[in-house]
Design a protein around this ligand. Structure first.
Ligand SMILES: C[S@@+](CC[C@H](N)C(=O)[O-])C[C@H]1O[C@@H](n2cnc3c(N)ncnc32)[C@H](O)[C@@H]1O
Length: 277
């Protein structure tokens, strides 16, 4: 849900207090503008509580992360809108820990292939990683560029990028892809991994039990490459407005060569050429 410019200015104003599950507008507004701010906050799930000690829009959950990313992107998250759910800080910390992205290892090359407004890319950059981002939505890509100053931002469809457009594979892929085609995104992202690299992805919990071929094969891939699934708390994404259950998939490239990584892609044209001969 896009937020009109003047409403956005009110939400971003220093006098607007966003505290836990409450949003309190601390400025005097013209009636028309107030009504539009009120409408947007209600559409986002807030309810006006006019009691003297509250006088705020109250949400059912903490909205600090949600509002932070909404102000950056000029829109509220919506399941219909390319599946944008910013990753909450606690989940990002868990991802960075599993990927060993820290100040102790500056210069790690990281790909974030569906980067949103940079909930993962920002903290990874802040710890000294060289983060390349891809994001389809141009507003989010612009917010991401301004906020996280990544190594590079491509505004476009990640699924259409060719791993061979990158000279080398990345040491890490960190991602929280749109859940609608999460496995397609992860499968494509594997092609951007260098040797001795690691992919960490947020995925819907159903990835560990769905019995269709794609999910079964993905679990086999995780197992043969020595990877694992890590459970996340059931309310891990509640602060950004969804109760979807999630896990982390941790996928090392391993020594068995089970994954179609960057090296695998690089070897293909040569093999095809030899075959033609
Ligand atoms: C679940 S959100 C996660 C955003 C970010 N990774 C984070 O953790 O906050 C998924 C993001 O993928 C973007 N997206 C969807 N399809 C995409 C595609 N084909 N290529 C690149 N980005 C895409 C959406 O615009 C959205 O910002």
């Amino acid at each position: 849900m896009k937020i009109p410019e003047d409403v956005l200015a009110v939400l971003a104003d220093q006098r607007t207090v966003i505290d836990g599950n409450r949003v309190r507008i601390g400025l005097e507004l013209e009636r028309d503008l107030y009504q539009r701010v009120d409408k947007i906050l209600k559409e986002a799930g807030g309810k006006w509580d006019g009691r003297k000690k509250v006088r705020a829009h109250v949400f059912r959950h903490n909205v600090e992360d949600l509002m932070h990313h909404a102000i950056l992107a000029g829109e509220f998250v919506s399941a219909r809108d390319l599946g944008w759910f910013p990753t909450p800080p606690a989940v990002v910390e868990e991802m960075l820990r599993h990927a060993s992205v820290s100040e102790n290892r500056p210069g790690l090359t990281v790909l974030e292939p569906s980067a949103g407004t940079g909930a993962i890319a920002g903290p990874a950059s802040a710890r000294g990683a060289m983060v390349d981002c891809v994001e389809l939505d141009e507003h989010r890509a612009a917010a991401l560029t301004e906020r996280c100053r990544p190594n590079r931002v491509v505004c476009g469809d990640f699924l259409r990028l060719d791993p061979l457009d990158y000279q080398q594979g990345f040491q890490r892929v960190l991602m929280n892809p749109p859940f609608k085609d999460a496995l397609t995104h992860v499968d494509h992202a594997i092609g951007f991994l260098g040797d001795d690299a690691l992919l960490v992805s947020v995925l819907p919990e159903s990835v560990i039990w769905r019995s269709d071929r794609a999910h079964t094969e993905f679990r086999q891939l995780v197992e043969t490459s020595g990877g694992t699934f890590v459970s996340l708390p059931t309310d891990a994404f509640e602060s950004v407005g969804t109760r979807v259950r999630t896990v982390l998939a941790v996928l090392p490239t391993g020594e068995l060569g089970a994954l179609r990584t960057h090296s695998w892609h690089r070897s293909r044209p040569r093999q095809a050429f030899l075959f033609d001969l």
